[in-house]
Design a binder for this molecule. Structure first.
Ligand code: FE2
Ligand code: FE2
Length: 330
């Protein structure tokens, strides 16, 4: 791949175009996921969540299927729930304490793109197939983003970066504190614990920081802004629409900060390093649709995420626009 120009990206225009194009039904081919059968029992809070998550028995069964599957599911093709032996035909009746679920589903491994992981971040093992779990994993990632921006501000200060960039990182850290606090409160209210983020110390190396920013900031956090905007419009409750409206505006600023930082770092890289960073970024953009499809499948619909096919389409549109703006090869 050869990169001849300095990346110059205006994220707001791209995010607006992706949301508008996606809403107009602009599509692209979907990747081929794997298919498996899952079976297991669901009880306690998981059963309660499955009952409340669906408006129909089919939707309840799908919520329960997400609990028994060890993978995060893209699409559920078949789902059967059975109640106790005394009356297996009424798994969703009041008073039933345990059900058995058998389902056939497709899945793709994924990571949520929320927030910005600091360098050396260690992924927490949090089950995300419920509303409480979703809030917990996102509160955890938002808290990790606080560290990421604080480390970045300190590193940029040490490198004599413009005060504007340093100040924007400090402001972003303060935004991430608010995001983490808000999502942690929702997780706790739903009965989930939020594990604190863990990470190795950051590496003091310009190339390492550029690689990290090119993926975590320019791709993950920037796309998180688009998804948050979708949640702001589609989350079921007013409380969540208000919260995601605020988060979307903040994440859009953070995504733009990542691209402005990318340009500053770019000027300090050797041509070979620029090529390596661009390749890494192109790979992250290529992985984004599959990753987003998986994340969407693990997200309860009430939270306003697009459905899996829809999320993959948005990610593909986003990746295409970013490639054009940044001069990256497909
Ligand atoms: Fe955030
Ligand atoms: Fe952010």
């Amino acid at each position: 791949m050869s990169i001849t120009r300095r990346p110059h990206v205006r994220l707001r225009a791209i995010a607006t175009a992706v949301l508008a194009l996606e809403a107009a039904g602009c599509g692209c081919p979907d990747p081929e996921p794997d298919t498996s059968e899952f079976t297991g029992t669901v009880k306690g809070p998981d059963l309660k969540n499955a009952r409340e998550d669906g408006d129909t028995d089919e939707a309840r069964c799908e919520a329960a299927c997400r609990v028994v599957a060890a993978e995060v599911l893209d699409e559920i093709e078949k789902c059967e729930a059975k109640g106790p032996e005394t009356d297996p035909s009424k798994p969703w009746a009041e008073g039933v304490e345990e059900i058995t679920v058998t389902c056939t589903a497709t899945y793709t491994p994924f990571q949520f793109c929320t927030g910005r992981r600091p360098q050396g971040h260690k992924e927490a093992d949090i089950a995300v197939q419920s509303r409480a779990g979703w809030f917990a994993v996102h509160a955890h990632l938002e808290r990790a983003a606080v560290t990421a921006f604080r480390e970045l501000a300190a590193w940029l200060t040490g490198r004599g970066a413009p005060a504007g960039l340093v100040g924007r990182c400090r402001d972003a850290a303060a935004d991430e504190v608010r995001h983490a606090d808000a999502l942690e409160a929702l997780a706790l209210r739903d009965g989930a614990e939020v594990p604190p983020p863990r990470a190795d110390p950051p590496v003091d190396d310009l190339f390492a920081v550029a690689c990290h920013n090119a993926v975590e900031g320019c791709v993950s956090e920037a796309f998180a802004a688009v998804v948050a905007a979708h949640q702001a419009a589609h989350a079921r409750s007013l409380e969540l629409r208000v919260l995601f409206t605020r988060i979307a505006a903040d994440e859009l600023r953070h995504g733009q900060l990542a691209w402005d930082l990318h340009a500053w770092l770019w000027d300090r890289l050797t041509p070979a390093q620029q090529t390596a960073v661009a390749e890494l970024q192109a790979r992250a953009l290529l992985d984004l649709p599959g990753n987003s499809r998986g994340a969407a499948a693990a997200t309860p619909r009430e939270l306003g995420w697009p459905d899996p096919a829809h999320a993959a389409r948005m990610a593909e549109l986003f990746a295409r626009r970013l490639r054009d703006a940044a001069g990256l090869a497909a």
